[in-house]
Design a protein around this ligand. Structure first.
Ligand SMILES: *Cc1c(COP(=O)(O)O)cnc(C)c1O
Length: 328
């Protein structure tokens, strides 16, 4: 089962009134360093601070009237919850977001600020999922998952259409990978239009679920670990329906970056690009700074989100190599 370019075009039409087309900015320092033009896609300036509102909006607009009346529920490390909350509020749909107690307070506040109810349960996404299942069963709400859902993937894929339109000579797209909804949609759009454009996925070394599953050749359980790239945490699901296969077919390369490289990238974005981005948003820059990707032409690096705790951000840009693994 795969998402087609026609699904992504339809998503682009339906979400257009609700999301912004975020700008692209050429990075002088990264272009100099890489020897090719490097363009940053500033998606952290999207409404709700990440691209997640694209998929969430597309999925909510695709619900039946009966489903809209009963409301939606999600389980989220933060950005999906916030995107879902904002999309639901705009559509006048009730929304409950369940999450683990490990999620940073700034993300919980962000979700409440978008008008959703938040329930914190347990120490993992799996614990939160139990509450979601109850709401679906007992209250008839619709669960919208963060990545493994056709309408969500098509919505995230609208970013791929924008990259093609904004960077006509694009050669390589560098995209974050967690559950793989984002890169599956983006790669589906890009490969349908220009199959020669390389799509490179980047995850953090600590708990890189999609990377490990692709190496193993099948979905499996990968332990979730604390990381600066907290929006990239979590597994891909043992019953993965879309993203494992789409990543296998459409993504050219998957690479990993370390915690120190992520901290350097957040710092680089601040001091050299004047951008405040969260760890997950920075892994593409991290990969370029660490020379981990071979680049052959104009390159797009997605800055996927900006929802970082500002105290943590301040420590990192002040020069501290924050080791999040010692703080939890
Ligand atoms: C969710 C998220 C990702 C990863 O998206 P997937 O579809 O799960 O791969 C990357 N960056 C940010 C900021 C996110 O919130």
């Amino acid at each position: 089962m795969q998402i087609q370019i026609s699904d992504i075009r339809r998503a682009a039409d339906s979400i257009k009134p609700h999301v912004c087309m975020t700008p692209v900015a050429r990075s002088a320092t990264l272009s100099d360093k890489a020897g090719v033009p490097v363009h940053l896609k500033l998606e952290h300036h999207q409404r709700t601070g990440s691209f997640k509102i694209r998929g969430a909006t597309n999925a909510i607009l695709g619900l039946s009237e009966e489903q809209k009346k009963r409301g939606v529920v999600g389980v989220s490390t933060g950005n999906h919850g916030r995107g879902l909350a904002a999309a639901a509020q705009k559509a006048g749909v009730r929304c409950i977001v369940c999450m683990s107690e490990l999620v940073p307070q700034n993300k919980i506040d962000g979700i409440k600020g978008e008008g959703a109810e938040v329930r914190t349960v347990g120490r993992s996404q799996d614990d939160a999922q139990i509450e979601v299942d109850r709401l679906v069963k007992e209250e008839g709400m619709t669960m919208l998952p963060p990545f493994d859902h056709a309408d969500i993937i098509a919505g995230q894929g609208t970013l791929g259409l924008e990259l093609l339109a904004q960077i006509p000579d694009l050669a390589t797209a560098v995209i974050q990978v967690s559950g793989g909804g984002l890169i599956s949609g983006v790669a589906a759009a890009i490969k349908a239009e220009r199959p020669n454009v390389r799509v490179v996925g980047v995850s953090m070394e600590r708990g890189a679920a999609m990377y490990e599953c692709q190496r193993a050749g099948h979905p499996m359980i990968v332990e979730e670990l604390p990381t600066l790239a907290d929006s990239l945490g979590g597994g891909i699901g043992l019953n993965n329906a879309y993203t494992f296969e789409m990543v296998r077919m459409l993504v050219d390369e998957l690479i990993l970056v370390s915690e120190i490289e992520i901290a350097h990238a957040i710092r680089h974005a601040y001091w050299h690009e004047q951008q405040i981005i969260e760890g997950s948003g920075s892994v593409g820059i991290a990969a370029l700074l660490a020379d981990k990707i071979q680049l052959h032409g104009p390159t797009a690096v997605l800055l996927s989100g900006g929802n970082i705790d500002m105290t943590l951000h301040h420590r990192i840009v002040s020069g501290e190599d924050v080791d999040i693994t010692q703080e939890n």
